[in-house]
Write a protein of this length. Structure first.
Lengths: 535, 646
């Protein structure tokens, strides 16, 4: 925390060119009501670390699960309580480092709910005895040492505090008031994710390779981000989003600094959101990471990253949108095309969903560059729907297994409906939602985003998006055809009967997908609750 | 406490407010029998009959418990509410609809009871048969009770479905399957007309509720009214087997005989007459004169077609079917006359419903006794073996040919009289056709009577198609009792109904407009009876006094050949609809195969190929990933700067 707070103060007054004024320790303690949800999550993460250090092994799993769930519930309650009398225009907190406005609150709520589902998936020990995570990754699965490890340690439980740290980072990320806070939050959310990717009990080499790739590329992207921040500071003399915005309005400063800085900054953000062509890590990491972690990454990281993109574009760069919007048009098209076309030939279900997420990132970017209130609320709603659908999708993927773990090759899913009609039915529904078929939330999400885009004069982009949706629908439907109309393989995978946790997570995802497909208006109203502070 | 919705229309109260039960009872029966499946085999026929009898009882209660000086509107729920299209699912209970309800549930009850006996050869599937019959009754009641054109359309399609299912009842037989398909497809042609008429109403009047449409039509331009009138007529032609869409009805006789009696004689096929009578506020407009003329022409042409073909057929039920076609022609002619004829069209519809149902049930009774033999040349002399069937059938026969003081006499005479009462040459043409039709009807019906019941028993020594001897016997009580009741109705119904029905219907379809032609009413009656007597006499001279061959004579005149070929009605349909349709389909299939599929497959192959090539960029090496990110970043930054400074 100390690194972070010093960075916050650095962000306060300026950087090396204008020495920071002395920290004002004498002022009244900051009002914390607005940020209680973040504090609860991060505090629980710290307590979780203490649990790991001091509790006997057999108590850790129940203690960590209860702690995580309580923390998420508590943060949710704090959020709801604050929401009843939150100022309409938002307020800043912790020395103006965070800004808690309506979009931030919506994103926090979404993140907390999605994290709840992810924690349920992570906590499940019935699908894979001993959980999906391993403590000592060097021990080969199925060996004597591995069995000893299972019986002795139960589950690897450091993953819970890591999850909470990542979640805390995400929440700060999408409520940052300045770029340095955003960078710190980016690292706080990324570092635990790098670790968690490498924790798979099965297929450890793949998992560890994914972790290294994610780490290397993530560091590379962070460098872009940081360089962008530096250039923008050089341009505006501040890293505060609102001050960058003010600087762009009629100044005679160097536009080279502005646009180079913005470009690099946006690249760092697009990387996290797995928007093509910065998506290259996505398929490998989604495939290699333990499936519950993939679910957490796919759902929550996407929400946080787009929360950040929305805030940066709408608050800092709105007045220069004429210059950069065309470039992001191109990025959105590239992302949709790559996701839709590369998805066609995927043979692994997790990689297929990864490419689907690249295509979805393109759709989301369309909403994000429609710089209207409608574009904002539509993108927020899309994030909510996409998060829950993806969560449920990976939940189902974790159930279909054979002797060597999850059976993710699509040929193994052939004829699944004959053996497990319920699982096949649920997965069919999720795929239809991803394809955007009516009566699912996916349809409503796409509809509102495209509507906002057309209203903001981006009809050609919407046409491309619709074509990409049609192409992408093919690979979703192909899986449905495979499950229902193919003969099951003789030694095909079995579907594990899920425990209560996984069942709850999948049910949550499917119910929200259905509910938001049938009666989306209440969630749309929430998403349209207000705009970013400082716009 | 009644609210007036429009002139003469009030909210339903009292007995009328339970009218939804009329539909719900048979619908419930159909649902239980279809969902319950084999478990209901034992008592399915009882439930099926019970629901319809209960509906009939309810209809009687409603009839006596409601004041039909007004039209009652029963709102049930908002059915469709999209933007301006608001359709209220509700019922209209008035003199017109209650008349139909009584006919449908009354005749329906009798035919359900009859079917218990008739279908006892097929115990395993009898339950499904009753389910379809219940479905039909429910849909038919919705058709006549609905308070908007869309509810009418719902019932219209519902009876179409039930008709399709029941015509194709003998699934194992090709001709039944073909007939069912033919009926369904030809009805679609008419349904398109009805649907377009409804679209026009919504487009121009903003509603499809009867009250609102009828309130708005008065000021509508002539072109619109004629268009709606003709499109409604097209719908009526499809459902009621009128020229040029009459060819499906005789083929529909492939279904079991009770179905022919209920659906294809007494009720469903008269839906077209109901449609035009219900739309009387449209057809009565002065703007609709041309549409009415077309209605009359269609009716007159159909009378002649039905009669002529009826003279040539040797199939018991098909002769009756063409008789139905021509009798509905009379009704269409009557409602085409406008206010002068609506009431008489409905009157003839009701009396026809009784005697034609009775005639069909008699035919079914004969076929039941004769191993399903329907060729009248292989029958004969059955009156001794089946006395009840013979006498009830004869009463129905006399009623149909207009024997004095039986029901057909009253209803048909009124139509002929009204047709003759038209001004100028129209009166002579339409009246003449109607009179000629009466003569022809007497001819072919007498031929039928002689060949089936009188004369020599030609079936002795023959074997039926399945190789059995014929052992004719009288039918069981469940079959004879409905026949007796219908025969009584055929005898007495016409007199009573002709006294009360036209006045009773006034609130629904308006006053009867008196007509005064060149001939007095009495003269017309005498003339019609005389012409019928001549027709029957000629038939006796030809068929009654000489032996008829068992085999069908092949050396016949062109006129007979043409009549045997349905006056080339099928050829006409083939040339008008089927062949252009086939050509169009072939052309479309060609375009689809070569053009659309080529394009689609080409795009799919292109996408798949590019996917395969792009996939190779995903090498799995971090270095190439980092390179692609770097390339992308340079592009983004460069593009931003170019946009800014270019």
């Amino acid at each position: 925390m100390s690194v972070m707070s010093s960075a916050l103060f650095l962000a306060q007054g300026g950087g090396p060119l204008a020495p920071a004024p002395a920290p004002e320790f004498s002022i009244d303690p900051p009002a914390l009501t607005a940020v209680w949800p973040v504090l609860i999550v991060l505090g629980a993460a710290c307590v979780g670390v203490l649990f790991e250090a001091f509790l006997p092994r057999h108590q850790r799993w129940p203690a960590q699960v209860i702690l995580s769930l309580l923390a998420l519930a508590g943060a949710g309650v704090a959020l709801a309580t604050y929401l009843t009398d939150a100022p309409a225009g938002g307020e800043t907190a912790i020395f103006d480092a965070l800004v808690v406005d309506r979009p931030a609150l919506f994103l926090w709520g979404t993140l907390l709910a999605l994290a709840l589902g992810s924690v349920l998936l992570i906590a499940d020990r019935s699908v894979e005895p001993g959980g999906a995570f391993v403590a000592t990754a060097a021990i080969r699965p199925g060996t004597v040492q591995d069995r000893a490890q299972v019986t002795a340690t139960g589950m690897q439980t450091e993953v819970f505090p890591l999850t909470l740290f990542a979640l805390g980072g995400m929440m700060i990320f999408c409520a940052s008031n300045d770029l340095l806070t955003m960078f710190i939050a980016l690292e706080v959310l990324s570092l635990p994710l790098y670790l968690m990717c490498g924790l798979a009990r099965r297929r450890r080499l793949l998992s560890q390779e994914a972790a290294v790739k994610y780490f290397l590329l993530g560091a590379f992207a962070s460098a872009f981000f940081l360089y962008g921040v530096a250039l923008l500071y050089g341009y505006a003399g501040s890293v505060r989003l609102s001050e960058i915005s003010a600087a762009t309005a009629g100044s005679d400063r160097s536009d080279t600094l502005l646009f180079a800085g913005m470009g690099l900054l946006v690249v760092g953000l697009l990387f996290k959101a797995s928007v093509g062509p910065f998506h290259t890590w996505t398929p490998d990491v989604y495939q290699g990471a333990p499936t519950p972690i993939t679910a957490f990454m796919a759902a929550c990281t996407k929400v946080a990253a787009f929360g950040g993109i929305l805030r940066v574009l709408q608050v800092a760069f709105e007045s220069t949108s004429w210059e950069w919007r065309g470039v992001l048009w191109g990025v959105a098209i590239v992302s949709m095309v790559i996701g839709a076309i590369l998805g066609l030939t995927q043979t692994d279900v997790k990689r297929m969903i990864a490419y689907s997420s690249v295509a979805h990132a393109g759709f989301l970017l369309i909403g994000a560059i429609a710089l209207t209130e409608k574009g904002l609320s539509a993108t927020l709603f899309y994030l909510l729907t996409y998060g829950f659908t993806t969560l449920a999708a990976f939940g189902v993927v974790s159930l279909v297994r054979d002797g060597s773990g999850e059976a993710t090759h699509l040929s193994q899913w052939a004829g699944l409906a004959k053996r497990s009609p319920l699982v096949a039915g649920v997965f069919t529904f999720i795929l239809l939602a991803l394809a955007g078929i009516p009566l699912t939330s996916g349809f409503v999400g796409k509809f509102v985003v495209f509507e906002a885009a057309i209203d903001d004069g981006m009809a050609p982009l919407v046409v491309v998006a619709l074509i990409a949706s049609a192409v992408a629908a093919f690979f979703y439907l192909r899986v449905i055809v495979l499950m229902y109309f193919s003969e099951p393989a003789a030694d095909g995978p079995t579907v594990t009967v899920p425990g209560a946790f996984t069942t709850a997570a999948i049910t949550l995802g499917v119910l929200v997908t259905l509910l938001l497909g049938l009666a989306p208006s209440f969630a749309l109203d929430w998403a349209a609750g207000g705009v970013f502070a400082g716009r | 406490m009644t609210t007036t919705l429009a002139e003469g229309v009030v909210d339903a109260s009292g007995a009328a407010s339970a009218a939804w039960l009329l539909l719900a009872l048979p619908a419930l029966g159909a649902a239980v029998l279809l969902i319950g499946g084999r478990r209901t085999d034992k008592w399915g026929h009882l439930l099926g009959s019970g629901t319809v009898i209960a509906a009939f009882a309810l209809a009687v209660v409603t009839f006596f418990g409601t004041d039909f000086a007004q039209q009652h509107n029963l709102h049930l729920w908002d059915w469709i509410s999209v933007n301006q299209l608001v359709i209220d699912f509700g019922l209209r209970i008035d003199a017109l609809s209650i008349t139909f309800v009584l006919l449908i549930t009354g005749v329906g009850s009798l035919i359900h009871i009859y079917s218990i006996g008739y279908m006892n050869h097929e115990l395993r599937d009898r339950r499904r048969f009753f389910a379809y019959l219940n479905l039909f009754v429910s849909a038919m009641l919705l058709l006549v009770l609905g308070n908007s054109f869309v509810t009418l359309y719902f019932g219209w399609e519902g009876v179409g479905l039930a008709s399709y299912l029941l015509i194709g009842w003998y699934q194992g037989k090709d001709f039944a399957a073909t007939a069912a398909k033919k009926a369904f497809l030809m009805n679609r042609v008419g349904d398109v007309g009805l649907a377009l008429a409804i679209f026009l109403m919504f487009k121009n009047f903003g509603s499809t509720q009867y009250t609102e449409v009828f309130a708005a039509v008065g000021d509508a331009p002539t072109g619109l009214i004629v268009a709606i009138g003709l499109l409604l007529l097209l719908g009526a032609c499809g459902k009621s087997g009128q020229f040029p869409l009459q060819a499906w009805l005789p083929d529909a006789m492939a279904g079991p005989t009770p179905v022919s009696a209920l659906i294809h004689a007494a009720t469903m096929v008269t839906a077209g007459v109901y449609l035009i009578a219900r739309s009387s506020p449209i057809y009565s407009l002065p703007q609709a004169a041309d549409a009415r003329l077309v209605v009359m022409i269609i009716g007159a042409v159909t009378i002649l077609i039905g009669c002529v073909i009826g003279c040539a057929y040797d199939d018991f039920k098909k002769v009756l079917a063409y008789s139905t076609v021509s009798q509905i022609g009379y009704m269409i002619l009557a409602v085409g006359l406008g206010p002068a004829g609506y009431a008489f069209g409905i009157l003839h519809l009701i009396t026809h419903g009784f005697f034609k149902a009775g005639l069909f049930l008699g035919a079914g009774s004969v076929m039941h006794a004769m191993n399903d033999e329907g060729d009248i040349r292989r029958l004969g002399g059955l009156w001794k073996k089946m006395p009840i069937t013979f006498w009830t059938w004869t009463l129905g026969y006399l009623a149909l040919i207009g024997f004095p003081f039986l029901s057909g006499f009253f209803s048909k005479d009124e139509i002929i009289n009204a047709a003759l009462g038209q001004e100028g040459p129209r009166g002579w043409i339409f009246g003449g056709v109607a009179l000629l039709g009466a003569g022809l009807t007497a001819f072919y019906m007498t031929r039928l009577l002689i060949l089936v019941f009188l004369g020599k028993a030609r079936w002795t020594g023959l074997k039926s198609a399945d190789g059995k001897d014929y052992h004719p016997h009288e039918s069981p009580t469940t079959m004879t009792v409905p026949m007796i009741i219908l025969a009584v109705g055929s005898v007495a119904g016409g007199f009573i109904l002709s006294m009360v029905l036209p006045d009773f219907l006034v609130p629904a379809i308006g006053e009867v407009q008196e007509t005064h032609g060149a001939l007095s009413h009495t003269m017309v009656g005498i003339l019609a009876v005389a012409i019928s007597a001549i027709g029957a006499g000629i038939a006796y001279l030809i068929f009654g006094r000489s032996e008829q061959p068992v085999e069908r004579p092949q050396r016949v005149t062109f006129a007979v050949r043409a009549a045997r070929a349905d006056l080339f009605g099928n050829h006409l349909n083939e040339a008008l609809f089927a062949r252009p349709g086939t050509w169009l389909t072939r052309a479309l299939v060609y375009v689809d195969n070569r053009g659309v599929d080529g394009l689609v497959n080409g795009i799919a192959a292109g996408l798949g190929g590019s996917s395969g090539r792009l996939r190779r960029t995903q090498t799995g090496f971090v270095r190439s990933y980092a390179l692609s990110m770097l390339g992308g970043s340079i592009l983004v930054v460069a593009a931003l700067l170019v946009v800014r400074f270019a």
